[in-house]
Each structure stands twice: as structure tokens, then as C-alpha cells.
Ligand binder design. Structure first.
Ligand SMILES: *[C@@H]1O[C@H](CO)[C@@H](O)[C@H](O)[C@H]1NC(C)=O
Ligand SMILES: *[C@@H]1O[C@H](CO)[C@@H](O)[C@H](O)[C@H]1NC(C)=O
Ligand SMILES: *[C@@H]1O[C@H](CO)[C@@H](O)[C@H](O)[C@H]1NC(C)=O
Length: 456
């Protein structure tokens, strides 16, 4: 009987879920201008979208799942979506500039979500930001439990102090990136010895580091630098985030699936340098590897072949390639030292020439991707202006012999018109839109962001 009952309940639940999934948005509130008033009593996670935007459409099913799961978890966070084109004044009050924009609104504060648009990542973000700024760790058991779950763990140790106030202030800003904990000294593992209390400690890479105001500068930038593990699997998004740290990023660009010695060797060289030379380099360097060279090549506008090693300066877009074969960790250390003492030759950068190159490069890839996704549209977009220009040239060149020109021009115009109607159908227009938004893939947007950040 019990089994039957739970079975029936399960069926009912499945039916409800199916219904909600099918109907789309049971647990996601469709927000309108009344939101400005009603939002104040609750914490809100809002997707500001535009009806025509492809990435927004891709987010929609994910968003519905987020709504369902937040409700099932009993989360105090309400999930909503707002058509930012219909309610543009509210959207711009919240600082919405692109679509989709995901924000968590808590009291007077609005936190932007910039991570991957997956259900788990978004929910993790919402729970982190909506929860307490500083989470106490009351016991050793609790500390161990939390340490297992977080690769990088910031802990404030001690009682009330100006440092604690500072810690809270920094947490209210950087909670979008990481968790903040507090504990008393007796809760920490035995191997931890603190020079003084209060202290801010980060546990990571199998060890711990203590914040030192004199050596490390202000707490906020120290936390910003230390919130990454010493060695990372780097993708476009992490690279973009690493831009905030101002560090140099040394990466092995490899093919993860290729098990040949060359690939695994470069990866382990970087890993070893990250681990064994941490004290020497961690202030200036972040280490990691990247799978595949597509992203890095479009970022650097270069043609690196994998496997290779590249060092990026995230504060000025310059990069360094080893001029010799990197055989072991000593070679790598020598390469890093040559970058630090300025003897390695820098490439790229954010100078005027590079910016012009970027514009040309972007234009070129836009043309190529338009042609790839829709050859007809490509011919239309780029062929028509060319056609017009050649007609004009033809007209100018043959201006003296009036008579024949009109006929030619008329014929060409007709061709042009036909092309126009061919391309003017709804389907193609739809494709134009899609084309536009696929081009602005996340990766490229991030690259642009990186570029813009550099300009700031
Ligand atoms: C706006 O949203 C509120 C709450 O969701 C709803 O009660 C109201 O009817 C909506 N107003 C309009 C004009 O759609
Ligand atoms: C693996 O990498 C090696 C060396 O770079 C290359 O010659 C080989 O073709 C790659 N194998 C595969 C399966 O991609
Ligand atoms: C990286 O860029 C910054 C900003 O331009 C510069 O100050 C720094 O010296 C560069 N680092 C290296 C190793 O070139």
C-alpha cells in the first residue's frame, strides 16, 4: 500500500512537472512595470530578455528549470523574467545593456551573473548571493566538510575588528565570485599557524596563505587575485575573469583528447611549475591549460598550432611565445624569467595597430561566418554594395557614351531587384537575425569585453 501510494504520488508529481515544463513557465513570474514596487519585499533572480534574441531563447528552458528547482528547494529567492524591450525604462534602471542579462536583486543591491548559463551554475550563484554574506563555521567537522566542497576557501579568523568590517565590505561585493566564511582559531586544522589574530586566510592548492596587509595591498584586490586555484583548466570565461587579477597567465594549449606524450608533457610541466615555484611566481602568474586552440587563436589573432605554451599579459593583451623547445620545468622557469626581466619579445598588445587589426579581423570573421551560415544572405549583404559600387564606377567611366549605359544599368538593376526579393522572404530575415546573434557568441563577446576592459 505504501509503495502504491508513493508510486501514485510520484506519478502525480511527474504529471505536474511535465505540465509545468510543457506550459513553460509555471514557476517563473512574468514581470511587468509593477515589479518596480513589488520587488522590494523579496530577493529576485531575474532574466531580462528580448523576444528576438537567440541566446535568450536558448536560456528559456534552462530558466524554467531554475524556477522549478528553486521552488522545490524552498528557496526564498523568487525567479522572474522581464521582456526588457517592453519595459525598457525599468530594465535600464537596473543597468541592463545586453540580452539576456541575469541579475539577482537583493534590497538595494543588484548582482550581475556572468557565469555559464547552465541550471546548476545559475542556482549555485543565486544561493550563494542570496544567502548570508559571511557564513560561520562553528566546528572542525563543519570546516572539514566545507573544505572538501570548495577548492578555494576564504576564512576570517578572530573576533570583531576593523579587519572584519573590511572583510564584510569586500564580501558584499565579491560574493558574486566566491563564498566567505568565518571561524575561530580552534576550528582550523592543526597544521595552521597564524602569526596574529585577527587574520584572513585562504585555503587552496593543499595549503593555506595568510593575508598580509603590507605585502598584499588592500584586501579586495588580494581576494580577487587569490580566488583561483594555482592551476586551472582555462576556458574563455576563466580567461575573461582572470583579466581582473592583472596577472600573467601561462597556459599549455593542448588537445585534451590527444594522449600523445607531447600534449601531456606540456601540461605536466606547467603543473609542476605552478606547484614547485609557487612562492616565486604566484604573485604575478596564473597557470593552467586550455583545450583546443580556436579560442586562443581568435583572441590573439594568431595561428598557434597545438601543443604549445603561451603566456598572456591580461593587463595589456600582450603575449609571449617560447623561442625554444620547452623540454622540462627548467626550460619553463627560464622562459618565465625571461618574460619577467623583459628579454622575451612581446607580441600583440592593445596599441592602435592592434586595435585596427582587431577591427579587420572581426570584420573578416563576420563576413566568413555570415557566408557560412547563409551563403545567399552573404551574397546579398556584401554583393549588393559591391554591385552598386561597380555600377557607379561603370557609370562614371562610361559617362561620355550616354546611350548604352542606361540599358546596362537597367538590366543590372533588374538582377539586383530579383536578388532583393529572393532574399526578402521572412525565412531569410529570420536567418539574418540568427546569424547576427550566433556571431556574437559568448566567446567573442568575452573577447570584446576583455578588449574593452583594457581600454578602461
Ligand atoms: C503585472 O504583474 C502583476 C503581478 O504579476 C499582475 O497582477 C498584473 O496583472 C500585471 N499587469 C499587467 C498590466 O499585465
Ligand atoms: C596528437 O598530437 C600529435 C603531436 O602534436 C599529432 O601528430 C597527432 O596527429 C595528434 N593525434 C590526434 C589523434 O589528433
Ligand atoms: C603587463 O602589462 C602591464 C600593463 O601594461 C605592464 O605594466 C607589465 O609590465 C606587463 N608585464 C610584462 C611581464 O610584460
Amino acid at each position: 500500500m505504501v509503495a502504491g501510494g508513493s508510486h501514485r504520488r510520484w506519478l502525480l508529481w511527474a504529471a505536474v512537472v511535465a505540465h509545468v515544463v510543457a506550459s513553460g513557465a509555471g514557476f517563473v513570474e512574468d514581470l511587468n512595470e509593477s515589479f518596480k514596487e513589488s520587488r522590494k519585499d523579496d530577493i529576485w533572480l531575474v532574466d531580462f530578455y528580448a523576444p528576438w534574441c537567440g541566446h535568450c531563447k536558448k536560456l528559456e528552458p534552462v530558466w524554467n528549470e531554475v524556477g522549478i528547482e528553486m521552488r522545490n528547494m524552498g528557496s526564498p529567492v523568487k525567479v522572474g523574467k522581464m521582456d526588457a524591450t517592453s519595459f525598457s525604462s525599468i530594465a535600464s534602471e537596473f543597468g541592463v545593456r545586453g540580452y539576456p542579462t541575469i541579475k539577482l536583486l537583493k534590497g538595494d543591491l543588484a548582482y550581475n551573473y556572468r557565469g555559464p548559463r547552465t541550471k546548476d551554475d545559475i542556482i549555485e550563484f543565486a544561493n550563494r548571493v542570496a544567502g548570508p554574506l559571511i557564513r560561520p563555521l562553528p566546528s572542525q567537522h563543519m570546516f572539514d566538510h566545507v573544505q572538501k566542497r570548495h577548492h578555494v576557501l576564504f576564512v576570517y579568523v578572530g573576533g570583531e575588528s576593523p579587519l572584519k568590517e573590511k572583510y564584510i565590505e569586500v564580501a558584499s561585493e565579491l560574493i558574486v565570485y566566491t563564498y566567505f566564511f568565518s571561524a575561530s582559531e580552534d576550528v582550523l586544522p592543526e597544521y595552521v599557524t597564524l602569526p596574529e589574530l585577527p587574520a584572513v586566510v585562504v585555503f587552496k592548492d593543499g595549503t593555506y596563505f595568510v593575508y598580509d596587509e603590507y605585502e598584499d595591498g588592500d584586501l579586495s584586490s588580494w581576494i580577487n587575485r587569490e580566488r583561483f586555484q594555482g592551476y586551472l583548466h582555462v576556458d574563455g570565461f576563466t580567461l575573461y575573469e582572470l583579466g581582473d587579477t592583472g596577472k600573467l597567465v601561462a597556459i599549455a594549449v593542448i588537445d585534451d583528447k590527444n594522449s600523445s606524450v607531447e600534449h601531456t608533457r606540456l601540461k605536466s610541466i606547467i603543473q609542476e611549475v605552478a606547484r614547485d615555484y609557487r612562492d616565486h611566481f604566484h604573485r604575478d602568474f596564473q597557470f593552467g591549460h586550455m583545450d583546443g586552440n580556436d579560442y586562443i587563436n581568435s583572441l590573439l589573432m594568431d595561428d598557434l598550432t597545438i601543443p604549445t605554451i603561451v603566456v598572456l599579459n591580461t593587463s595589456n593583451q600582450q603575449y609571449f611565445l617560447p623561442d625554444m623547445h620547452i623540454e622540462n620545468t627548467e626550460d619553463m622557469v627560464q622562459f618565465i624569467n625571461s618574460i619577467l626581466d623583459g628579454t622575451a619579445e612581446a607580441q600583440g598588445g592593445d596599441g592602435l595597430l592592434q586595435r585596427i587589426k582587431r577591427i579587420i579581423y572581426d570584420a573578416k570573421s563576420t563576413v566568413v561566418s555570415v557566408f557560412k551560415s547563409s551563403p545567399l544572405l552573404g551574397c546579398f549583404l556584401f554583393g549588393l554594395p559591391l554591385g552598386v559600387i561597380s555600377i557607379m564606377c561603370y557609370g562614371i567611366c562610361t559617362a561620355d557614351t550616354d546611350g548604352g549605359v542606361d540599358e546596362h544599368e537597367a538590366a543590372k538593376k533588374e538582377n539586383g531587384d530579383r536578388e532583393l526579393t529572393d532574399e526578402g522572404s521572412e525565412e531569410e530575415q529570420e536567418e539574418e537575425k540568427n546569424g547576427k546573434y550566433t556571431e556574437l557568441s559568448d566567446g567573442e563577446l568575452k573577447q570584446k569585453d576583455i578588449m574593452e576592459k583594457k581600454k578602461d
